[in-house]
Structure formats: C-alpha cells, structure tokens
Design a protein around this ligand. Structure first.
Ligand SMILES: Cc1cc2nc3c(=O)[nH]c(=O)nc-3n(C[C@H](O)[C@H](O)[C@H](O)COP(=O)(O)OP(=O)(O)OC[C@H]3O[C@@H](n4cnc5c(N)ncnc54)[C@H](O)[C@@H]3O)c2cc1C
Length: 121
C-alpha cells in the first residue's frame, strides 16, 4: 500500500529520497505506465518519488552538435519544440504519434518504445 508520495524539486533530493528508502521507493514521471504496472504488481511500491517537478529534467537544450532532452520532457513538448523540429524532425514526428493527446501531454518519452527508436538514431 502506498505510504508516501514525495515531490523533490532537485535531482539531488530525488536521489537522496531513493537512497533513504531503498527498494521500497519507485520513480514516477507521467505515471502512464507506472499506474498500470502497480495495479498488476504483487509487490506494490510503498513510496513514490515524483520527479515531474524537477525543472532541470524539463529542459530541451542544444549543446554543440547534441540535443539534450530532460527525462521529464513530455511527448507534446518534444513534438512542438522548435529545437527538436529543426535538428531531429523524425523524433518530433514520432513523439506526435504516441498514444492520444492526453497521454502525450503527460507521458515522458524516456521510456516510450515508439519515440525512443528515433531518439537513438
Ligand atoms: C492509453 C495509453 C496509450 C499509450 N500509447 C503509447 C504509444 O503509442 N507508444 C508508446 O511507446 N507508449 C505508449 N504508452 C505507454 C506510455 O505512455 C509510455 O511508455 C510513456 O513514455 C511512459 O512515460 P511516463 O512518464 O508516463 O512513465 P511512468 O509511468 O511515470 O514511469 C514508467 C517507468 O519508468 C520509471 N521511470 C520514470 N522516469 C524515470 C527516470 N527518469 N529514470 C528511471 N526510471 C524512470 C518508473 O519508475 C516506471 O517504472 C501508452 C500508455 C497508455 C496508458
């Protein structure tokens, strides 16, 4: 049963929360996969560490030849980002095709099997 829902605002504080709670804590970003996983799980997470408020993980930046997309950037943000559209149009397009609009507005692309393929190219 869920005992705590933690909302860190920095990566360091999220890491400390994970360390302090050991295997009892799980990360949650958009929650579109995790909530379904938890419904089926025999051993449910007791503590959720919600990383969606961490601003450093919400950035899309170009550094040199590389695009850096934070772990909490949503599919909608990637699909509509002028930087991604210019430098990685296939990724922007693939993110615009994932799920429905509500899913794209909340789900992050770090783990999405559809968008990650273009992200790897
Ligand atoms: C109706 C519906 C339609 C969908 N359609 C598609 C689709 O068309 N294509 C597709 O590819 N997927 C689809 N999905 C799956 C899902 O939306 C994607 O996999 C999405 O990318 C998950 O992102 P999230 O932020 O919601 O992850 P969450 O549910 O928050 O997390 C998923 C898992 O990753 C872990 N996690 C989260 N963030 C991190 C992090 N930064 N570091 C390490 N671990 C982390 C969590 O602990 C959890 O185990 C769909 C889901 C639903 C419910």
């Amino acid at each position: 049963m869920l005992q705590e829902y933690l909302l860190p605002t920095t990566v360091d504080s999220a890491l400390i929360m994970l360390k302090d709670h050991g295997g009892r804590a799980r990360l949650i970003a958009g929650g579109t996969d995790l909530i379904l996983q938890e419904e089926k799980a025999e051993k449910k997470a007791q503590i959720l560490v919600d990383i969606s408020r961490i601003q450093d993980l919400q950035k899309i930046e170009k550094k040199g030849d590389a695009l850096f997309i934070g772990a909490c950037v949503t599919h909608t943000e990637i699909a509509t980002s002028p930087l991604v559209k210019k430098h990685a149009p296939a990724l922007a397009f693939s993110c615009s095709c994932v799920g429905g609009k509500q899913i794209r507005n909340i789900a992050t692309s770090r783990k999405s099997s559809d968008s990650i393929i273009c992200g790897c190219c």
